[in-house]
Design a protein around this ligand. Structure first.
Ligand code: NDX
Length: 255
């Protein structure tokens, strides 16, 4: 396989367009899973959350990992490329092999799972293909301010995301499906702490890679889970009369 810059440009542009489509579809009405699924009791057409999240996220780990393993001759230099590809796989290792096995979420709709998987194949290929076959970084990229500040943001965002996922999980005992007011960590300030972490993480990745595909993915993440954080916030305000009034939806003290 070789690098086709026009393919990278086309796939990144399509990702940007999907982000805008996502925004227009889900700004008013949230995507129908979790607390926003209308018919919560309908057992058909849904898969247990553990299985669904594992299957959905697996391609995001597998596709770039396979591209990396199959590259011949192996790409060993520069260090920046390898590190960046490993960061992407590291996040999706967590999301595929750790997150699903601890989730206490509701069963997930099959239809969304199908689209989610397609999305993960698409994005896993785009990010992996670009980093493994196209990206060119100078040998001292690891000391460049974009790499170091981006890496720092990535790690900070990932820390917030994992910690917030944990706080949400601890709201329920095994087998419980009720919703409670999230407390602690960044939830003290915002309703969508896990989403805020994820968005910071992917913008950090985009800065560290300084690449069009990664900026397109960060933008997609913002358009996908930004509105969802807003809908979660409205849901909490509507459901809990004692919901903290000073808490914002997505950005501490601002929005
Ligand atoms: N999966 C990313 N669009 C998505 C699935 C849906 O990883 O066709 C995007 C991801 C996909 C979407 C994915 C892409 C776009 C799709 C969409 C479906 C349609 C759409 C394909 C791939 C589409 C077009 C065509 C336009 C392109 O019962 P429960 O499940 O609600 O329980 C929850 C629990 N919880 C609580 N428990 C007690 N009390 C409370 N108050 C609680 N509040 C929540 O916590 C869950 O078990 C758990 C987390 O819930 P929630 O709702 O806060 O987070 P969730 O949305 O489930 O995300 C989980 C994690 C989170 O860390 C988030 O940052 C990350 O995954 N994520 C999620 C979505 C997308 C994404 C990251 C990204 O874009 N990077």
């Amino acid at each position: 396989m070789q690098c086709f810059p026009s393919l990278v440009l086309a796939l990144s542009s399509l990702l940007g367009a999907l982000a805008l489509l996502q925004l227009s579809l889900y700004l008013r009405v949230p995507s129908r899973y979790g607390k926003h699924e209308e018919r919560l009791c309908r057992p058909r057409g849904r898969l247990p959350a553990r299985c669904a999240w594992f299957l959905q996220e697996l391609p995001s780990f597998l596709v770039p990992a396979l591209l990396l393993a199959l590259r011949s001759p192996p790409r060993l230099e520069p260090l920046g490329c390898r590190l960046l590809c490993c960061l992407f796989c590291w996040h999706y290792f967590y999301r595929t092999f750790i997150y699903p096995f601890f989730t206490r979420g509701r069963p997930f709709p099959l239809q969304l799972l199908f689209f989610g998987m397609l999305f993960c194949i698409y994005n896993g290929f785009l990010q992996g293909y670009y980093l493994i076959y196209c990206a060119e970084y100078p040998n001292d990229w690891c000391t460049d301010i974009r790499f170091t500040s981006g890496l720092l943001l990535f790690l900070l965002g990932m820390g917030i995301n994992i910690h917030s996922d944990l706080l949400l999980r601890q709201l329920r005992k095994p087998g419980e499906v009720t919703y409670k007011i999230p407390q602690g960590g960044l939830f003290t300030y915002i309703s969508g702490a896990n989403y805020f972490g994820e968005i910071v993480e992917w913008f950090g990745f985009a800065i560290a890679t300084w690449s069009l595909p990664a900026f397109a993915f960060a933008f997609f993440t913002l358009c996908c889970i930004g509105p969802r954080a807003y809908h979660h916030h409205r849901y909490y305000l509507k459901t809990f009369t004692d919901y903290p009034k000073s808490r914002k939806a997505l950005i501490p003290f601002v929005f």
